[in-house]
Design a protein around this ligand. Structure first.
Ligand SMILES: Nc1nc2c(ncn2[C@@H]2O[C@H](COP(=O)(O)OP(=O)(O)O)[C@@H](O)[C@H]2O)c(=O)[nH]1
Ligand SMILES: [Mg+2]
Length: 337
């Protein structure tokens, strides 16, 4: 049984018959459970506080609810959407008690995710005719280099031949950091002392084609203080790729730091204006109570979250799983302790 079903069953009080879970799924469940801990705790506390003072479903309640959701980084649009459906539901189903209201909120969160899921795939596109080229973009410090290291590890475990390109030639130590990751996970890396990201990418593309690499993961610089230059640089890198790979990079993944909450959403919107972002990666979910921002992103952007970072270790990059995420967020509210 899926987690969404489990959430729904929790409302009806029906017994949950456990289907056996594979060892692999168990590890994923545990990673999400741990990685979502801070967000879950904060979200539960806020919701419990709201419902502790619950008297009836009136305008004051909706005001408080909206405030609570916004403070939980769920985002303005998502908050209004939830509040709207809740108003309808309250009328239609004659919802009265705090417990019922809480359940409707969770049900609606699940629904919003379920609805769009088919359109927003977490799968990484592959280039059937040569190396799959993935460009990692995002501002300084969000976790691009670390994510590339983790993803290279994941791909290598799947038996893929992986090459890294050290395209961040601006930040001191960035090349060495990628080299350390390459060594750690046992993949190859192309670097250059020329200080020109385009040259590194050119060399890496050539190597990846000549030596039949399956994946080329390209690290890039992310200086926010100079947005125009940053975007120009990315454009240049993209043009180089497009010369070798028809259509350019197979995927352009924007890395966002979940600990920055609503700033992550703002960055996503900014990058989308100038770059053809095909997917998002939310890092550092484990280090923040602001994980609700994924709901905000879901509501306001039509770009899928493809991976989440749930820790600093090699195995801490996970394919984004909406069910695990929502369950990780609301578990304490539906499970009786
Ligand atoms: N806790 C945690 N830390 C992370 C995660 N991803 C990256 N980091 C840390 O964030 C810091 C910046 O990462 P880095 O890859 O250098 O960012 P870049 O400037 O975008 O390349 C490093 O200390 C990473 O270990 C994550 O998912 N969880
Ligand atoms: Mg970096």
């Amino acid at each position: 049984m899926g987690l969404f079903d489990r959430i729904k069953r929790a409302f009806t009080g029906e017994e949950v018959t456990e289907t056996p879970i594979s060892e692999e799924s168990k590890i994923v469940i545990e990673k999400y459970d741990k990685g979502m801990e801070k967000t879950r705790k904060s979200f539960s506390e806020k919701m419990n506080e709201l419902f502790a003072g619950f008297r009836e479903v009136d305008e004051d309640f909706f005001d408080d609810l909206e405030e609570t959701l916004i403070s939980a980084d769920v985002g303005f649009d998502m908050t209004l959407a939830l509040s709207d459906v809740l108003r309808d539901e309250v009328k239609m189903k004659n919802v009265r008690t705090g417990e019922q209201v809480k359940n409707v909120i969770i049900e609606k969160m699940v629904e919003i995710y379920e609805k769009g899921e088919s359109g927003l795939s977490t799968a990484i596109k592959e280039n059937p005719d040569g190396p799959t080229v993935i460009l990692f973009v995002g501002v300084n410090g969000v976790g691009k280099t670390t994510t590339i290291g983790k993803y290279a590890h994941k791909l290598k475990n799947e038996g893929k031949k992986v090459l890294l390109a050290a395209g961040d030639t601006f930040r001191a130590g960035a090349i060495e950091q990628l080299e350390v990751w390459a060594e750690r996970v046992g993949v190859d890396v192309v670097t250059s002392n020329s200080g020109d990201p385009a040259a590194v990418v050119f060399d890496a593309l050539k190597k990846s084609k000549e030596e039949n690499y399956d994946y080329l993961l390209v690290d890039t610089a992310g200086r926010l203080q100079n947005k125009v230059n940053l975007m120009k640089e990315l454009e240049k890198v993209n043009r180089i790729i497009a010369r070798e790979i028809p259509g350019g990079a197979t995927e352009t993944l924007l890395v966002l730091d979940a600990t920055t909450g609503q700033n992550a959403l703002i960055q996503a919107k900014q990058f989308k204006e100038t770059t053809n972002v095909t997917g998002l990666i939310l890092t550092k979910l484990d280090g923040t109570a602001k994980g609700g921002v994924i709901l905000a992103i879901r509501q306001e952007m039509d770009i899928p979250v493809k991976f989440v970072g749930l820790g600093e270790g090699m195995d801490d990059l996970q394919v984004f799983d909406p069910e695990q995420y929502i369950y990780g967020l609301v578990r304490d509210l539906i499970e009786k302790k």
